[in-house]
Design a protein around this ligand. Structure first.
Ligand SMILES: *Cc1c(COP(=O)(O)O)cnc(C)c1O
Length: 401
């Protein structure tokens, strides 16, 4: 074995010793509230498919129809010859859904961040991130070379402090400043104070980018996200999202002004230098966006919020590092914060032995010492699924004391 291989082994050993080792689990069933893996059938409380669309007959049919009409592959990047009709139809649907002027889709949400941020900012500019934004935004910020500043999670005073610092750079050096936050935070399920952030960025002449990965499909009259719910559609310059969560498909997007989108078509490298998503992917996502806005979408959204409230009560059975859960769930993401990495893994295993799947989320996805069971619910969970989880948690807690 050569030296490099030995080095990799020793790093892996350290990861394992710290209780942070991860491996893939092959799932031998569709994405649903029941999943089958390694011979187990488990109730799945880990998916981001909040509205239960990933395995929905309407979306599956849209995928099949797109394969029939446009084939299996996209053939090239959009700017070469891969700009197939389903991508254009999806972008029109997203533009209307998000109340924007225009939209550009990417192969993933990750690619959307990695394309847009370095296109917009360079080393003379400033990017200001909430401490808990997703890894793709952190990576994109680093890639841009812009001056990176981080404000404490949801802390408006800290954000304002940083914006005061950027003001002189903006006025004296012609720098641009972009503030980036999520609307629903992926690992904590809490909400950003978007109204106040919009006020602040306006006051200090910055732009705002909001990642609605976990809010799209769940908030607002059209269910397009927290921006719509708070009536801020015209005031957020860059609306980002993924098509891989509540929309039930895969892909990412940026919505904004016509100018912004034309600019990204000409400068977002993850868009320009990458093969277009397959037509089935765009068509599936468009069907998902349509379904979210239908009467069935209303009903599915109502159900997921009902389950989230129930899940919040069930989560209260565990003694948590952060103390009791608040009474109302702010999203379908209920983080049960355990703290210790090994303890979180043990709990996840105890649940799995009882037929329930809630993964332990550890560093580097969350901070060290804040390992958690990240429980999510979907519109397709039954009340009884959560009753079963409640009995299992009760049994685990009793067993320990
Ligand atoms: C999942 C996620 C992304 C990335 O989207 P993908 O389409 O999965 O690449 C971006 N931001 C947040 C907050 C996410 O949770």
């Amino acid at each position: 074995m050569n030296g490099w291989e030995l080095h990799l082994r020793s790093v892996l050993k350290d990861i394992e010793a710290a209780g942070l080792h991860r491996r893939l689990r092959e799932i031998d069933s569709p994405q649903d509230t029941r999943i089958r893996f390694e011979g187990w059938e488990l109730i799945n409380f880990s998916s981001n498919d909040y509205l239960g669309l990933a395995n929905h007959p309407v979306l599956k049919e849209a995928a099949v129809q797109a394969v029939r009409d446009y084939g299996a592959g996209a053939g090239a990047s959009r700017l070469i010859c891969g700009s197939l009709k389903p991508s254009h139809e999806l972008e029109e649907a997203l533009t209307a859904f998000k109340g924007a002027e225009a939209c550009l889709t990417f192969s993933t949400g990750y690619a959307a961040a990695l394309g847009a941020i370095p296109a917009l900012l360079g080393k003379e500019d400033v990017i200001v991130l909430d401490k808990r934004v997703h890894a793709c935004i952190v990576d994109a910020a680093r890639l841009s070379g812009a001056r990176l500043r981080v404000f404490k999670h949801n802390d408006l005073d800290d954000l304002e402090h940083i914006l005061q610092w950027t003001r002189s750079r903006i006025t004296e050096h012609g720098s641009r400043c972009l503030v980036v936050t999520e609307s629903v935070f992926s690992m904590d399920g809490d909400l950003a104070p978007l109204r106040e952030i919009v006020e602040l960025k306006d006051r200090y002449g910055a732009w705002l980018m909001v990642d609605e990965a976990h809010a799209t499909g769940l908030f607002g009259e059209r269910r397009s996200g927290l921006i719509e719910h708070l009536g801020l559609s015209g005031r957020v310059e860059i609306q980002m999202g993924t098509l891989g969560k509540a929309v039930g498909a895969a892909g990412g997007f940026i919505c904004g002004s016509r100018t912004l989108i034309d600019f990204l078509v000409n400068s977002a490298r993850s868009f320009i230098f990458s093969t277009a998503p397959v037509p089935a992917s765009a068509a599936t996502a468009a069907a998902g966006v349509g379904l979210i806005q239908s009467a069935e979408g209303v009903e599915r959204c109502r159900r997921v919020w009902e389950r989230a409230a129930q899940a919040q009560r069930v989560g209260g059975i565990l003694p948590l590092k952060t103390g009791p859960l608040t009474t109302a769930a702010s999203s379908p993401i209920i983080p049960l914060i355990i703290g210790d990495e090994q303890e979180a893994v043990r709990l996840a295993e105890a649940l799995r032995a009882r037929g329930l799947f809630i993964p332990a989320i550890r560093y580097p996805t969350v901070a060290r010492g804040s390992a958690r069971l990240r429980m999510t619910v979907t519109a397709d969970h039954a009340r009884e699924d959560l009753d079963q989880l409640a009995s299992a948690l009760q049994e685990i807690v009793n067993h320990k004391s």
